[in-house]
Design a protein around this ligand. Sequence first.
Ligand SMILES: [Zn+2]
Length: 1193
Amino acid sequence: MANKMSLLVPKTTKPRYSSLCSDDELLDDETHCYQSVSVQRGSWCDDFGSISGSQNSIYLPYTGHVSASLPREELDSTSVPVIKMGWLDKNPPQGSLIYQRRWVKLDAEYLRYFDTEKDVYSKRIIPTVSITGVVNVGDQKFEVVTHNRTFLFRAESDLDRNEWVAVLKSCVGVSRARTSLDLTFNPCVNYEMKGYLEMRGLRSKLYTVVCADKVYLYKNTEDYRLGIGITSIDMNVGNVKEMDRRGFDLTTPYRIFSFVADTDQLKDQWVEAMRDSIKEALSNYEVAERIWAEPSNQMCADCSAAKPEWAAINLAVVFCKRCAGEHRGLGPSVSKVRSLKMDKKVWTEDLIQLFLAVGNERANQFWAANVPPSEELTLNSSSDERRRFITAKYREGKYRRYHTLFGNQRELNNALCINVQSSDVCETLALVFCGADVSCDTGDPELTSPIALAQHHSQTLQVEFLTQNRHTEIPRSEVKVPIDTVHYMAPPSITHNGFLFKTGSMARPITEKKGKEEFSRRWCVLNDGNFSYYESDKNATPNGGLKMKEIVCLAVNPPETHGYDHTFELYSDSERLYLFGTDNPDAMREWVKSIAKSFIPSGAEHLLLKDFERIGRLRYKDRLNREMSRLGWFCLVGSGLHIRLEEDNSDETIDLQKLQELSIQPENEVLVLVERGRTLYIEGERKLDFQGWAAAIQRNAGSSGDTLSQQQLMDSDIPVIVDRCIQFITQYGLTSEGIYRKSGVNSKIAALLEELRRDARCVWLKEGEHQVDDVSNVLKRFFRDIAEGLFGAEAHAWLSATGVSDESSRICQYRLLFSDLPRVNQATLRALVNHLYCVQRFADLNQMNLHNLAIVFGPTLFQTDGKDYSAGRVIEDLIQHYVTIFHVNEQQLKKQLDEITYIIKLRDNLTPKAGTGSGDFICTVYLEEKKETAEQHVKIPAAMTSAELTFEILDRRKLSVREKDYWCCFEVNEKEETERPLHYQERVLPIFHSLGTDSHLLVKKHFSMEAMLVYLASKVEVSKHGMMKFREERSLLGLGLSSGSFNDRYFILTSTSLRLYKEVRSNRPEREWPVKCLKVYLGIKKKLRPPTCWGLTVVYESEKQEKQERQQWYLCCDTQTDMREWFATFMSIQNGGRVWPAEWLKSRSTSRSAPLDARFGNVSLIPLRGSENEMRNSVAAFTADPLALFRNV
Ligand SMILES: [Zn+2]
């Protein structure tokens, strides 16, 4: 320790310094380069002037940690929570045998060591991301291994050593998993300024980097590249003063750093960069300080760490950096993680207010209402523990406080619509995360969504919360059950007895009616989990029976299915079916209730309250969790399939009427239910009851009756059958003369209507196979036959409204009547009138003007004989005043009409060609990340550009685009290791066809675009030169094995060519390529071990036809900025300077209205999955994989 106190004069160390340049341990010795002095407590500021005034003054006083009280606290508030700290011995520098005692501190970002525990500025700072290994080496020692250096430490005991190794390992694991995705953890990214600066009193210059709110000091560029620095300086406590000519001081309460720049000009730049950094540091705290004004936000919502700096802006919780890593792991559809400090732009006033209104405490009253003490996190929890807890808490909703309306979708939605008009955001949070649909239908034609409702009532915080959660996945449990869980919990002893009629038990489903003569009267007793039947109530020995725990399903038949009015079926584990009957409805109800109660576990008891037709247990899987099937208790009530997961108290309901697809895979015995946004696979664990379930589900997924609301429905509540017909006519029938007036072929109409009624979901109308006049008549006949009619019970009121002569009061009357219609009728009427409105807009082509349509549809919709014109009058009014009566957004309507115009034009052009839309492909494109829920299937016409595709995807997801959001379509290759942002004018289809199996298209924000544009704007002439590391892909013996390594080369990129020079001074280039033949990708395959993470993969394809040449090689830059600049230069040159549309948002509207014949496959006009074949393929692709998994279980 003694040597630490010695004062070393810089001069004396000079030779030593140079000899140490290659030494890992330079920095420890550097201490001795600092002349040290103690700054007088509290007077460092005053001393400052005199210190800096003299040339040989004293800098970096190593004992300069001033009064610990005030500023330290301040500093702590800025730092990441420390995971572990303590004294360790560091191995001696070369040539020495003496271990150095160091105070070592580990947080999620860095491992640092200091001279003493009081020091603020480290001697060494090693980002955890750069640590590649932590190795136990005996004798209380361990090594921390980085890419090119190893640090050896010695603990005081093996125990202590083991602890260090364990925490380091867990920390390193986390940060590694993270960096591949997220470079913001790396300080080298996004720096403001960097370069060598002389530090007074120090012989060598230090490589200094100003980055966001910190300044980092490195020994040299090499260290900088590796991320291993001396120290970092938090600028929120900094102050910059200009000194003599090239000198300036960065003062902090703990130390003064006196720098000297190389030139006056550079000094100005440094001072400015550092002042900006201070400004940023201070303003960063504006958000954090405001959020922390709510006391519970001063502690991590998950582990209670102090001063959390991260937040999930959709969940309204604030958490620490370590927990933030796990939140990120959940994905943005569960937790949208933002920094309180760095992501300043997202922190609008409303969002801040939302965090104050909710706050960690109230949010946790919901999210963490039921946390078992054993699962709670502490400051010291490992990352595994954090991951488990945070996943359970937010993704699975395991600890949630269940809302009383939980499981009742309609009521939840209702409650949401009411609540968003109040200021109670916490209630909204509880509703939404218990399943209320953020975009549910409010039933209010003017304020159609909860967001609109909240807006209307000026509830800005509600609006903010709802907006943040528009795309949030609602918690769903994913807990895996071992296959052989015991699912039976001894029920409370239920006793019931009485006479029932039973048939013999069966091994196959009952398909025909059983007459009374096939039943025998039996005295039945349910007791202690046993069901026994006796010859009579006098008998003591049962004829037979079954154990309740063997029952897997109870099905209630519709009355009069068999000879006895009321019958029910019991299915046993051993594949037997028992049929019981009675003529007494009360007795029937009692039996069903008692039996169900005795085999349904208490956790699923609420299912018993429902008027079910079938209840029982089934195994199933879904997309989120395909590896292992889970056990659920299922209950079928009409078109609602209710599911209760046995192990984690969560309920789900599937509306069978609104399924997008439903299919059964007979050979696998799996029922596939495709709901919007997810897929459920119900397994046929046993044949017999599964067959019953499959039939019942299929039956209830079909139309259940003759009224509108009993039809299969689209998400929008329009019957599928109506939607199918309207879509077809819109595409193929708008130019057909006399559409809706001409009659089709009667037999075909009847057959098609019958087919659609049976299962509209499975019917895909196709040009060529179906005629427009047949389809138009199907639609008419459907409305003519629908029970209760489209206008419902109040049809006469509509008709009499035509008697009101004043037009505006008549319209008022219609609006009133419309608002009284049931939801499905409203949606259907709106869609139909919209369609008819469009039809008559093209009357010059189809001759169907307003009046003609009214004559046809009046009697059809009102189901009258047509002698009286008042029905036609209503339709005429509805179409004519469509915009007013239905509150139509005229811009959207115009867009729709424009699109129809394109379709018509396109069809005109296509007519001579065979087929329709030839050259279109249905492609899968992902939004933001590659996962199933982000999949979009898009029809891509040959002429579609990248910008058009991007807008199409954003439109579909209803994402609003801001000026500085650079949304872009990327070609992502090599298992996501390389990617290329497509140029906005680039055609997508050829790219799509060139993609390999490891590649896909992804629409996401281009985060470097702004920096690239700024860079390009600063250039007079677009060209670039500089060093890069170069590696060529070489084939050895034509085997495709690559060899070679990365070597420094000098490059010059001009408007025509890219030239490679062996070194800067070379006169002649070694190689030269025309720029237009190069395709540049961001990133390099990891397998090639690029020396930095800022690489480019370049593909050269020669233009010469006779000699098809393709080369691939790699370039590595030292910094991200450098890479960005090279890439920007390439893009600019290759696209004639047009890197981004000058008026990005305007380009969107022009791309829509420009007479591009390729706007064919746009938005809602074409069913998402296209033709039947395409759909089949997509379903096959969808299901093939998971089904294969089933077989292996
Ligand atoms: Zn935490």
